[in-house]
Ligand binder design. Structure first.
Ligand SMILES: NC(=O)c1ccc[n+]([C@@H]2O[C@H](COP(=O)([O-])OP(=O)(O)OC[C@H]3O[C@@H](n4cnc5c(N)ncnc54)[C@H](OP(=O)(O)O)[C@@H]3O)[C@@H](O)[C@H]2O)c1
Length: 494
């Protein structure tokens, strides 16, 4: 039986503790870790924000968030958990905030046994990340001082930069205060059970890996579709768009996990190295090639649904894409000639994230069936209805040889039951344990932006033409179908 690892005693400091992410995701995730006995006895959480709260009000707000996002809890267990919460009021750009924070952390070290171990979580709007990093450095809170006992790590939320130059600048700012080993750049897709299971599926079985290459795979599709529009995030989303919001981070990470070579061991260094090799093997799309390899779209109005341009806080002339589809070519022995199609969009037919490997057709068909055979596919459902299905042709019972498509299906819920941990639980625990396997490193981030920045530049150019519109509930604009080129290639149904 595998022994559960418990992190060292520590304090988790959340900048932006009054925000949406803290209440909806972080505090519920930390509750689940606490409830499962995955946190050390001496675990304390320090919230930092400008809001005029104190310890009591912070605990009260987090009690409400637990009620909303976890459900009814035993009062004494919940209150014992919240007693470990503390609040430091201050602006993340103000040095005085860090004087107060340092004093509070030292009290926790002395009186509550957190032993000088600190994890700082930047859960503020991205333009504030740099302030926090610089102020932590100036206040001597990066644990670089030789008199400091204990470790120190920093988690940086997404988005990490908005193009190649800004990501590089943020990396430089971080590296001027922290070493790369101290920096954890979050991509919550990597914390999802189904994404981690891709590696287990590929490398924990010997039957799939022999098929996992150009000899058997015709192409790969990676889809992340949402049925909702921008909701209350229009201010952020209009500056971002689908390419930055979903493809630069989540979908490229999934592509890397699908395409990477088997690492020699499951440790951060080996896994990151193999994923980086995939990114470096992707053929860059130059500005002049963008129309051939990339399609964008914007959702129009539908029945009972506003179009993107009518949404609150969206400029009426916005050219931000709410849909993006790209074709990537991975130039290596394993994947030569196998296109990787990646697409994401809002207000599509349904919410679903999947990876589909479509296999080659048989080289010669001996059956008299005239209509085209459906190709065999392997579909990994990342969310919802997490699972894997293999679809292939079988004989329909009867005197004639008629072929029909059948499915073999594995469902997480049916096979394993229970509650699937949220990505944030896995990622926060990993960081407290010092395991960066599921986090992005600086080289990966910069390389991903280097691949996408020419596309962003081409789309932002005034001469780049109209952004095609697609109806609410569609699978994106018509133009996305042309991306697949060959007639037998079709986007997997949503
Ligand atoms: N929410 C999500 O589901 C989600 C998902 C993925 C990634 N993220 C990322 O996680 C981070 C936090 O997201 P969030 O939705 O929680 O953000 P948020 O609610 O907009 O902001 C978090 C907190 O940051 C503080 N803040 C806001 N503007 C500030 C400013 N100009 N200067 C100093 N402090 C400021 C505010 O606290 P005070 O006003 O009290 O100081 C606010 O409560 C962002 O980088 C976001 O991109 C969020």
């Amino acid at each position: 039986m595998l022994q559960q690892r418990i992190p060292d005693p520590c304090a988790l400091v959340i900048f932006g503790a009054s925000g949406d992410l803290t209440r909806r995701k972080l505090v519920p995730a930390i509750w689940h870790l606490h409830h499962q006995g995955r946190l050390p006895q001496a675990f304390h959480l320090v919230g930092v924000a400008r809001r005029d709260w104190d310890d009591d009000l912070f605990r009260q707000k987090m009690r409400e968030s637990l009620a909303e996002f976890v459900g009814p809890l035993d009062d004494s267990a919940r209150d014992a958990f919240l007693a470990k919460f503390h609040y430091v009021r201050g602006d993340p750009g103000d040095p005085a905030t860090y004087v107060a924070l340092k004093a509070r952390l030292e009290i926790l070290d002395r009186e509550c046994g957190t032993e000088g171990n600190r994890c700082f979580y930047c859960s503020v709007p991205p333009q504030i990340y740099r302030d926090i990093v610089e102020q932590l450095g100036r206040a001597g809170l990066s644990c670089q001082h030789r008199d400091h006992h204990g470790w120190c790590r920093i988690i940086v939320e997404k988005p990490f930069g908005h193009n190649y130059d800004s990501a590089r600048e943020l990396n430089q700012a971080l590296h001027s205060v922290f070493t790369e080993e101290q920096i954890y750049r979050i991509d919550h897709y990597l914390g999802k059970e189904t994404v981690q299971n891709i590696l287990v599926f590929r490398l924990g079985n010997s039957i799939f890996e022999p098929l996992w290459n150009r000899r058997y795979v015709d192409h790969v599709q990676i889809t992340a579709a949402e049925s909702v529009g921008v909701e209350h995030r229009a201010g952020y989303y209009d500056q971002s768009g689908a390419l930055r919001d979903m493809i630069q981070n989540h979908l490229l990470q999934v592509l890397c996990v699908i395409a990477m070579e088997p690492p020699s061991s499951f440790d951060a260094e080996s896994v990151r190295l193999e994923k980086l090799k995939v990114l470096k093997a992707i053929r860059p799309i130059r500005i002049g090639q963008v129309d051939r390899y990339a399609v964008r779209g914007q959702y129009g109005p539908g029945e009972n649904a506003l179009g993107y341009l009518q949404e609150e806080d969206v400029p009426p002339n916005s050219r931000t894409e709410t849909f993006a589809a790209l074709e990537f070519t991975v130039d290596n022995w394993r994947w030569q000639g196998v296109p990787f199609y990646v697409r994401t969009g809002k207000r599509m037919a349904k919410r679903t994230s999947t990876v589909t490997l479509q296999f080659h057709q048989p080289p010669h068909l001996i059956f008299a069936q005239t209509d085209a055979l459906a190709p065999s596919t392997l579909t990994i459902r990342i969310q919802p209805e997490e699972g894997i299905s293999l679809s292939f042709n079988g004989k329909i019972p009867g005197p004639d040889v008629h072929l029909g498509t059948v499915n073999m299906d594995f469902s997480y819920a049916d096979s394993f039951g229970g509650r699937t941990p949220e990505a944030y639980e896995t990622l926060i625990l990993d960081c407290l344990l010092g395991d960066a396997t599921l986090y992005s490193d600086s080289d990966w981030i910069e390389q991903s932006w280097a691949l996408l920045t020419p596309i962003l530049d081409a789309w932002q150019a005034p001469s780049s033409g109209e952004v095609p519109s697609y109806p609410v509930g569609a699978a994106g604009p018509e133009e996305a179908n042309e991306l697949l080129g060959e007639a037998w290639r079709k986007w997997a149904p949503l």
